[in-house]
Design a protein around this ligand. Structure first.
Ligand SMILES: CC(C)(COP(=O)(O)OP(=O)(O)OC[C@H]1O[C@@H](n2cnc3c(N)ncnc32)[C@H](O)[C@@H]1OP(=O)(O)O)[C@@H](O)C(=O)NCCC(=O)NCCS
Length: 169
């Protein structure tokens, strides 16, 4: 069995998902662009909180920089979701996106676990992030994947803070 086949076999038996997660790499630019282009404008807006009629190269370079996050890859090699984190005042600021056609299949949950592990390995104890208060899916997602999160509500935003050890495996 090749390492990749073994990784998919492991993913399918442990998560029942034909998706593996791995570190994002600069070589993912084309697949990252394709995933964002398959995503609806609403999904992109919810992730980036700005309208994004086109996907710029500078953004793609940031999203595929080594050490910036993880991608979920389907059996056919497509990237179907991504999670990123960066430093925000000593906390790991995290954000997740799953393309519309793959939502509600557990991909976001696997990415959340993956990015929490990466941030923890990099020495972070706490994660933070911001979602829109009217983004029902993200609010439910956060409640499900980071049940111990503390939240601060300000205008249209919900900022959360969570001890990384409280994100369930
Ligand atoms: C939020 C998002 C990442 C969730 O990804 P996902 O792969 O669909 O989530 P999962 O399938 O892993 O769901 C995990 C849990 O979250 C909750 N959840 C996710 N989407 C939900 C929805 N639309 N309605 C209600 N609950 C939802 C459920 O509790 C779900 O568990 P269950 O399926 O066992 O009930 C995805 O909807 C997305 O990319 N949205 C646009 C970008 C965004 O809002 N990002 C968050 C801000 S950074």
């Amino acid at each position: 069995m090749t390492p990749l086949t073994a990784a998919f076999a492991h993913a399918i038996t442990t998560t029942l998902l034909p998706v593996v997660t791995r570190a994002v790499a600069p070589t993912d630019m084309a697949e990252m662009r394709a995933m964002l282009e398959r995503s609806s404008s609403e999904t992109r807006y919810r992730r980036f909180m700005v309208p994004m009629p086109r996907i710029g190269d500078a953004l793609l370079r940031r999203l595929t920089a080594a050490g910036s996050g993880a991608v979920a890859v389907a059996l056919d090699g497509r990237i179907v979701g991504a999670a990123h984190y960066g430093d925000l005042d000593g906390d790991a600021e995290i954000a997740v996106i799953v393309e519309d056609g793959w939502q509600r299949h557990g991909v976001g949950r696997v990415l959340m676990r993956d990015i929490a592990d990466r941030a923890h390995a990099d020495g972070y104890a706490t994660a933070t992030g911001c979602i829109l208060r009217d983004n029902r899916a993200a609010n439910r997602f956060l409640d499900a994947t980071a049940p111990g999160a503390r939240s601060v509500y300000d205008g249209p935003y919900r900022t959360f803070f969570v001890d990384l050890s409280l994100i369930p495996g």
